[in-house]
Design a protein around this ligand. Structure first.
Ligand code: PGA
Length: 241
């Protein structure tokens, strides 16, 4: 089973979401696909999505509900039809001060409500240049899972320097990053089965490299997921070989 998840980021009106979702071809057998529109377009996407493509959110509140102005809770996301939520994306860590403690609270919120968290981890260009990539990845996984009993989880390895740059990780770098993640996972949650995805400048032309040579079990796709033909082609490639 390969997983292809589209992260639309802060793009799209409800009408655009409806059009994009209506144009997505059903994923082939052996591929689990989902799209993560902005909160405001979740309902429109839900109505327009064909069978076989799931719905996810780009973020989730750690709060269960109540006096938390502006927050969208895991329960609300379930109500809107989401089965998963992205947690700890580097853009949230970078621009919105997302800490390991907040990531942990968001994972717990997902588990409380039966939402599958897709945890993102990744090193910056500077951390990579100074040879600290593996250490950073292990620390992010440890930080996210500290004190948590094993629960449903997917993890995406998203090197920050590969996101939106057109320069994806080379397959050996992808494999090395996934190896570091696996190492931290097996000490935090021995024996747990956690699918590992790759994200960062994935497109129809390079996607297969990440599962054939990079060791990933799917992809988290940003820019290319805004194009129905490109997202469809990535899903198709995931169903082959
Ligand atoms: P990208 O984004 O595919 O546009 O590089 C990936 C992501 O941020 O999840």
């Amino acid at each position: 089973m390969r997983r292809i998840i589209g992260n639309w980021k802060a793009n799209g009106t409800a009408a655009a979401a409806r059009a994009l979702c209506a144009a997505l071809p059903p994923p082939p057998a052996g591929v689990e696909a989902a799209v993560c529109p902005p909160f405001t377009a979740l309902w429109a996407a839900r109505e327009a999505l064909g069978a076989g493509i799931g719905l996810g959110a780009q973020d989730v509140s750690p709060a269960a509900g109540g006096a938390f102005t502006g927050e969208v809770t895991a329960g609300m996301l379930r109500d809107a039809g989401c089965r998963l939520a992205i947690v700890g994306h580097s853009e949230r860590r970078q621009h919105f001060g997302e800490t390991d403690a907040r990531v942990r609270a968001k994972l717990a919120a997902c588990w409380r409500e039966g939402l599958l968290p897709l945890l993102c981890v990744g090193e910056t260009a500077e951390q990579r240049a100074s040879g600290r990539a593996a250490e950073v990845l292990r620390a992010q996984v440890r930080g996210a899972l500290e004190g948590a009993a094993p629960g449903p989880l997917w993890i995406a390895y998203e090197p920050v320097w590969a996101i939106g740059t057109g320069t994806p990780a080379a397959p050996p770098d992808c494999a090395a990053g996934l190896g570091a993640i696996r190492e931290a996972l097996s000490s935090a949650w021995p024996g747990a089965a956690v699918p590992l995805l790759y994200g960062g400048s994935v497109n129809p032309g390079n996607c297969a490299d990440f599962w054939t040579a990079g060791g990933a079990e799917g992809a988290l796709v940003g820019g290319a997921s805004l194009d129905s033909a490109a997202f469809g082609a990535i899903c198709r490639a995931a169903g082959e070989g």
